[in-house]
Design a protein around this ligand. Structure first.
Ligand code: C2O
Ligand code: CU
Length: 496
């Protein structure tokens, strides 16, 4: 009997060890070190391209690429700025025009921060000063393909700017379009709290007869706002005249935009003009989280106002004599960008890629920095054991993003615009559709392609920012580019 009990006890202990041992090991293995480099994160994925041409051993690497620091990837230092702005960040409560007090963050005393406007080709210089944000701040130029040193990712392209410190961003605004800026330090918290603003780049020769309206949509404490106001934004547009409404979705979820009172054309997505967009009516446009959609409306000749709905609770009302625009009905159809507009030359050959990558999003139980939970996975791996997509300058890169995680994800690649080739195996038949933010629904897969023409180390992450903080993050890294910055460390770098 006794002997039996002892055996039972031993078996129980053994079973416990068998179950707990690996769990403890998994828990321990998931703990993030106090500081770690994005360069050593996870594992390198070369996408079928050449491996390690940048690694030199004892000077024998004939094919070696010279090593370059992200700090050297800058705009021409001899050029003087055409647009120069200083933005001072503070952690402080502020009041929206509605009177609502938000305990968040400001830039130059307001949120959203000042609009930054430039004409294509101008050099933009923004000096960021942190007056009182204890966790530090940065600014990322969402959708602007800046040189890497100006990308604003704490721990990858710079250290978070501490209280009393500053950092200067310089980039040429090559591409006319609608963009935005936001902090990329503790971004799930700082973007929500108001460290953001609009960037609009126009063509010098842009038709003056088009009324240009930027409409930045943001949730402050759950209240939807357009340019910081909770009601309608009224803009005067004369009968028969055109308006371009630049919708910027800074929320974590996709938003529908639609127009009541006139047809409209979707003229640009993510800062890139569409080719041959035709007028549509009773149709919504899905604006990806982090994404932009430019809607062009021609005002009715009879002077009646037009309502551009932004998610349903706020609107831009275009009018002249009256702004009493009817609400209209919420459309039941959504514009499909796979077939909208007409084809145009692409300027590169996505069918002959130098590298092919998979970005497969899933979800499984595990430990993230010691916390047990149901976490996002990239190609089956949990953060930080995520792929580092390695490319060489000039490569044509294809990527398949697929999602079987039970939720949709707005995927955002820094520093590049990617062309959508197909969704769920169905090829595009409309205008070239270039994105920097792509809504990938649960069960969907997209094939995209881009040219690796902007050397650096670039985040490629979910723009539902709490998801990024939960580890839905990978990086695109060019051979030979290194960073002296690290996550964690004395600057407390925490980009997500
Ligand atoms: Cu708009 Cu990595 O961010
Ligand atoms: Cu997500």
């Amino acid at each position: 009997m006794r002997w039996n009990r002892r055996v039972n006890f031993a078996v129980a202990c053994g079973a416990t060890a068998v179950v707990l041992g690996p769990l403890i090991w998994l828990w321990q293995a998931s703990l993030l070190p106090g500081t770690h480099s994005a360069m050593d994160m996870g594992y390198a994925d070369h996408g079928g391209g050449p491996v390690g041409s940048s690694v030199t051993h004892g000077g024998h690497g004939q094919h070696a690429t010279a090593q370059r620091s992200v700090m050297a990837l800058i705009a021409d230092p001899r050029r003087t700025a055409d647009v120069a702005v200083t933005l001072t960040a503070r952690k402080e409560p502020f009041r929206l025009p509605s009177g609502r007090v938000v305990d968040g963050y400001t830039l130059n005393g307001r949120s959203p921060g000042p609009d930054i406007r430039a004409t294509a080709g101008q050099l933009v210089q923004v000096r960021l000063v942190n007056e009182s944000v204890p966790e530090g701040v940065t600014l990322h130029w969402h959708g602007v393909d800046v040189p890497n040193a100006g990308d604003g990712v704490a721990g990858v392209t710079q250290d978070a700017v501490g209280v009393g410190e500053e950092y200067t961003y310089r980039f040429v605004a090559d591409q006319a379009g609608t963009f935005w800026y936001h902090s990329h330090q503790v971004s799930h918290e700082q973007v929500r709290g108001g460290l953001l603003g609009t960037v609009v780049v126009t063509l010098a020769e842009q038709a003056a007869e088009v009324v240009d309206v930027a409409a930045l949509v943001h949730l402050y404490d759950g209240a939807r706002t357009v340019n910081g106001r909770e009601g309608d934004l009224q803009v005067e547009v004369a009968p028969g005249k055109r308006a371009r409404v630049r919708v910027i979705n800074t929320e974590n979820a996709p938003m529908s935009a639609w127009v009541a009172g006139a047809p409209f054309r979707l003229v640009a997505v993510d800062g890139t003009d569409l080719n041959g967009p035709t007028p549509v009516q009773d149709t919504g446009v899905l604006v990806t989280a982090g994404g932009r959609a430019d809607l062009e409306v021609t005002m009715p000749e009879d002077g009646s106002p037009v309502r551009v709905h932004l998610g349903g609770s706020v609107a831009v009302v275009l009018g002249s004599k009256s702004y009493d625009a009817p609400l209209g009905r919420r459309p039941t159809t959504t514009l499909d960008l796979l077939s909208y507009g007409t084809k145009a030359p692409l300027g590169f050959a996505p069918d002959r890629p130098d590298r092919r990558f998979e970005y497969m999003i899933g979800r499984r139980p595990g430990f993230l920095d010691g916390r047990p939970g149901l976490w996002w996975t990239v190609n089956g791996h949990l953060f930080p054991d995520v792929p580092m997509f390695v490319v060489s300058e000039g490569d044509v890169v294809r990527m398949r993003i697929s999602n079987h995680s039970g939720e949709g994800h707005p995927m955002h690649l820094h520093g590049h615009h990617a062309l959508v080739l197909s969704r769920n195996g169905v090829s595009t038949s409309g205008s070239p559709w270039w994105v920097d933010s792509l809504d990938v629904g649960d069960g969907e897969s997209y094939d995209i392609a881009f040219v690796a023409d902007n050397p650096g180390i670039w985040m490629d992450h979910c723009h539902n920012l709490p998801h990024a903080a939960e580890g839905l993050v990978a990086h695109l890294m060019y051979e030979g580019v290194t960073t002296p910055f690290a996550l964690g460390g004395p600057a407390g770098n925490e980009p997500e």
